[in-house]
Design a protein around this ligand. Structure first.
Ligand SMILES: [Zn+2]
Length: 312
């Protein structure tokens, strides 16, 4: 599925820091770099070949977040995601298993295993992990139609197509809210964090995974790191992500680097190489057992957990 050319929304809304509200724009992290003509519907798909394009980025001196400003309107973003292509089924499965291993260490600390909500669920690969972990109700929310069409038969009925809206759920309903590699894409991540807090029952938790722009691999790759992406409206560090959870009211916050396990051809896809060469290497790797071998690498991702206090 391909969207029409020009699917990329134009940045038109300036904003303060979306985590702490600071309007201090004195530290420009990177000037805007994008070419409207080069973007197609794959620009708004997960785990795609990186294009090294991004909006203007500002470093917040208060909470350490790097955030885009100006950004497209919420309507422009919603339209772009609805039409985005999906080509990452195998990789989504690998990521889901990595997060599933982390989930195993978390569920014992939860109040119970009632409802689990996965926001930005993609093809719902993680929903199977949630069901296997014993949650009685598993719900995925995904704004793009293409990954839902690619979802496994078993989990597709659990996925709701659309942008996440707090009012679609009952307050205090959830035992767990998860959001993987999606916080960067949200127009207002702190508002989402507060929504998750209200949806949780006391003793419930959020489990987030995002990029760490301060992690060594991302610093080494510089602007060729795949974290610099037109879809990423903000980039977290350990401090910025912890700060967002703390300001929301979460306790027992734990933010730490994680190791992701992906096939070699996926690592090649992310590597800072010329696009044509990279496509050839990826295709070659995909066809061999070596290319499909799963390699665990610390790629500069963060896992964050925070609990809603049991006694408010
Ligand atoms: Zn800030």
């Amino acid at each position: 599925m391909m969207a029409a050319a020009g699917a990329m929304p134009v940045p038109e809304v300036t904003r303060p820091c979306p985590v702490c509200g600071s309007g201090d724009e004195s530290r420009v992290f990177a000037e805007a770099r994008y070419d409207l003509a080069k973007l197609d519907s794959h620009a708004f798909a997960s785990r795609k070949v990186p294009e090294y394009m991004h909006y203007r980025l500002v470093l917040c001196p208060t909470c350490d977040l790097v955030y885009a400003s100006p950004v497209p309107s919420a309507e422009g973003l919603a339209r772009a995601y609805d039409e985005a292509a999906f080509d990452s089924g195998e990789e989504a499965g690998c990521a889901a298993r990595t997060y599933g291993r982390l989930l195993a260490g978390l569920v014992g600390g939860l109040a119970d295993r009632g409802t689990a909500i996965d926001v930005g669920t993609g093809d719902g690969a993680f929903l199977g992990e949630l069901a296997a972990a014993g949650f009685s109700t598993v719900i995925g929310v995904e704004p793009s139609a293409a990954p839902i069409a690619a979802a496994a038969e078993r989990v597709r009925p659990w996925i709701r197509h659309g942008t996440f809206r707090e009012e679609d759920f009952a307050a205090g309903e959830a035992s767990l809210v998860t959001c993987f590699q999606t916080l960067e894409h949200l127009p207002d991540p702190a508002a989402f964090s507060r929504s998750a807090f209200r949806l949780l029952k006391p003793g419930g938790a959020v489990f987030f995974v995002g990029h760490d722009y301060r992690a060594l691999p991302n610093r080494l790759m510089g602007r060729r790191s795949p974290i610099y992406d037109i879809e990423h409206l903000q980039l977290f560090s350990r401090r910025a992500l912890g700060e967002m959870l703390r300001r929301t009211g979460f306790t027992s916050i734990d933010v730490r680097p994680i190791t992701n396990r992906y096939p070699l051809h996926y690592w090649l896809k992310l590597a800072p190489l010329p696009m044509a060469l990279k496509r050839r290497l990826c295709d070659a790797a995909r066809a061999t057992w070596l290319g499909r071998l799963q390699l665990p690498l610390p790629v500069g991702n963060l896992a964050a957990v925070g609990f809603k206090p049991a006694d408010p």
